[in-house]
Design a protein around this ligand. Structure first.
Ligand SMILES: Nc1ncnc2c1ncn2[C@@H]1O[C@H](COP(=O)(O)OP(=O)(O)OP(=O)(O)O)[C@@H](O)[C@H]1O
Length: 263
């Protein structure tokens, strides 16, 4: 059984086709990266997977069940989403925010227990934000806030983790740290990770498979070396792109070529 199965999904807004006939699957413990130019539909696809939007046609299944058949609470016990823009207006402190990840696992009137607090502490330590535990969210830098929301998702102990550009505001050390952690969740705990990213070289070093979206359609799908080809990337992104092999291993590495370097 696939942990995530999206079959022939189409989605429109205000009469405009945003996604057309998209299919995507992720097995248990698989790491999938969704890539593509701005406006290609990546966030929309992730929101459909998270049950925040309903497709016009096609089907979105999580863990063998239609997303629409879950209650919000049941769904949150299995699937966590780290959105691209994390809410700033929440009046919470860091530790409270991370602990909120436990809510779907608690009974209706049940308070968090010692185990929940331990999980929250561990998630904060993993994300390097435990020293900020008492700080309010609106008093953090963008990268710190992003790490807090990833910690909350980890604390939720989901079987499927959806992340929208999780490394976008992060410095190189934190980018690699978070990707290592996500890989560990896949390999050691069987969590399925689906990540939207513009960090193509970073994604290539971790993802088992990639889905390249372009103008709402599938432009490529497969292992990183099958998707990150010069031909597919240049066609999708509309600029010159050089692709070679990453010196660290047998994965592709891409570089956009500035115009001043000639045709
Ligand atoms: N609320 C909305 N109403 C109408 N169109 C929308 C709405 N939200 C998004 N869109 C359009 O849907 C398309 C896909 O948007 P989406 O945010 O999914 O793209 P994306 O691939 O995640 O882009 P980016 O890389 O810039 O984050 C875009 O053309 C966008 O303008």
């Amino acid at each position: 059984m696939n942990a995530v199965k999206i079959s022939g999904v189409s989605f429109s807004r205000a009469g405009q086709h945003i996604l057309q006939d998209i299919s995507m699957e992720a097995g248990e413990g698989e790491f999938l990266a969704i890539i593509g130019p701005n406006g290609a539909g990546k966030t929309t696809l992730l929101r459909l997977a998270a049950g925040l939007e309903q497709p016009d046609s096609g089907c979105v299944q999580m863990l063998g069940r239609a997303v629409s058949s879950y209650t919000r609470r049941e769904f949150a016990a299995q699937v966590a989403l780290v959105p691209q823009e994390v809410p700033l207006e929440m009046p919470f402190k860091v530790a409270e925010t991370v602990l909120l990840g436990r809510s779907p696992h608690l009974g209706l009137w049940e308070m968090e227990g010692e185990k929940d607090r331990q999980l929250a502490l561990q998630a904060m330590q993993n994300m390097g934000v435990e020293h900020l535990a008492g700080r309010r969210l609106d008093q953090l830098s963008g990268g710190e806030r992003q790490r807090v929301f990833i910690a909350r998702a980890i604390c939720q102990q989901p079987r499927v983790l959806l992340l929208d550009e999780p490394t976008a505001s992060l410095d190189p050390a934190h980018q690699v740290g978070i990707m290592d952690l996500l890989e560990g969740l896949c390999r050691e705990q069987g969590v399925s990770v689906i990540m939207v990213s513009h960090e193509l070289n970073l994604a290539a070093m971790y993802a088992d498979r990639m889905l390249l979206l372009s103008r709402g359609r599938t432009a490529g799908t497969g292992a990183p070396h099958e998707v990150l080809t010069r031909e597919l990337l240049e066609k999708s992104y509309g600029c010159r792109i050089m692709v070679d092999e990453n010196p660290l291993g047998k994965v592709p590495r891409m570089m956009p070529v500035p115009e001043k370097y000639g045709k």
